[in-house]
Design a protein around this ligand. Sequence first.
Ligand code: ASP
Length: 594
Amino acid sequence: MGLRRTVWCGEVQASGVEVTVAGWVDATRDHGGLLFVDVRDRSGVVQVVVDPGAAPEVWEQARQWRGEWTVAVRGLVRERSAANVNPKLATGAVEIVPAEVAVYGRARPLPFQLDGAAAVEETTRLRYRYLDLRRPDLQANLRMRHRFTAAVRAHLDAAGFVEIETPTLTRSTPEGARDYLVPARMAPGRFFALPQSPQLYKQLLMIAGLERYYQIARCWRDEDLRADRQPEFTQVDIELSFVEAEDVMALAEGLVREACRAAAGVELQAPLPRMTYGEAMVRFGSDRPDLRVPLEIVEVGADLSGTAFQGFAQPLAAGGVVRALRVPGGAALTRRELDALTAEARNRGAAGLAWFLLGTEGEPAGPVAMRSPIAKFLAPEQRAALVERTGGAAGDALFLVAGPAPVAATVLGWLRLWAADRFELRRGAWRALWVTDFPLLEWDADAGRFVAVHHPFTAPHPDDLALLAGEPARVRALAYDLVVDGTEVGGGSIRIHDREVQSRLFAALRLSPEETADKFGFLLEALSYGAPPHGGIALGLDRLVMMLAGADSLRDVIAFPKTAQAGDPLTGAPAAVAERQLRELHLRADAVRT
Ligand code: ASP
């Protein structure tokens, strides 16, 4: 290499000094003989001006340059004339007058223009990801990600945590998603699984006496990818011994606060609010409430008791609820929209969706009046109570769902977010909270058994232990989720450290003793050698950084992400392999679609 860089492009400042910059040709402009070249490196852009009269040899070379060639320029920094100053550019007051230039690499015409890349089809961008990543905004995202992980490491190191790597070739773990499997050449017919999380290893590290572990851990889940999931993703994985839930939450809260501040200058509220799962479901109809939306669901069953309207009376008589959501501005919804909402509410399990559009009677300041096909079934006091309970005013719509509490919660929870989109109701950002006291188990109708809400190593609330055999649905878990703006960004729990309790839990999940022994025998065995009480959490690194970066997709904060088909257009993975490789692995491929 001939010329060696002395300064980053974006940091060229003082005039009158000689510098050498190196980077990519960002743009060239020929202004009647004067040639302007913007040279870009990871720090920014600087302008180079070549005057054919003053430097004919340099000009001869530089006029050949095309976009994205790699070049170097040695020259004198001078102030731009007042008319040419560009206040939008960090180096906009100066330019380089070159004395010597060099070319390191020529570039073919690019498959897409970098400044228009956001509009280019994503498969093409991923096929040429090394070009896509030249875009300053993607580079800024990766730097923000680095600042986040650097802050995580510094914070946890200062708190006495040890960063430990756990295996990626392991056995199938029970997070509930499909595993990525790796055939084992040395053990024909057997497979490793890539870990869905390091959950069991981090518990084993606690039993091993490490006490404070963390890992920036890669995890794999072979799921059909919804819009913003990746088959491999990264979590900040943490585990501590001799702690209670409060300790883990306090640690994680301090960590996330510090990392958000360091990476993006985002300040989280201190301390973060807490809400139980039960309260979140009643008030927001979700276990990850979006607190940016200033709407709450309210119980109105008591106000409607004795109603003749069967749509309310029957569910109430059956022990169900009637809940209401006030939507400001909702009186402007059209009949079509109301019908569509009703259809969607039914899709989501509700028997129907009752709506009341609020207006005024007579003069604008008059009493609130209701428009609704079912208003006539309600007594005047009931209508008044409904308006009062919900805080309704002219211009609002009230939506009511009657039925079992979980159905009312999910339908109104969905409607709340729909209304937030439709009427642009979200206010502020980074509204974080802890959701606690999740149920330990939930009924899985397809499987015909209870399954763990978090994972089967989560400790039951000690007060609820007696319910495990008889009323499993009522057992609370010592689990907590960190929620930001309606997204779960972290979750964890206190673990079971008692072998006997762990066995009881496996039994509640209807795992046979053989299955338990086969899959989790090593855990039960380890638990019988003096296990400390322990707990931890995993934070979704990709998602947190995506939110900090204001990006729309996880792919914008991952250097080499996969497509929605879980492929990598750049390397062509997944790809066919040679027959010989398959034979070595004792495998036969049925068919390879090309
Ligand atoms: N291993 C869990 C998960 O990945 C998190 C935890 O409990 O620490 O969801």
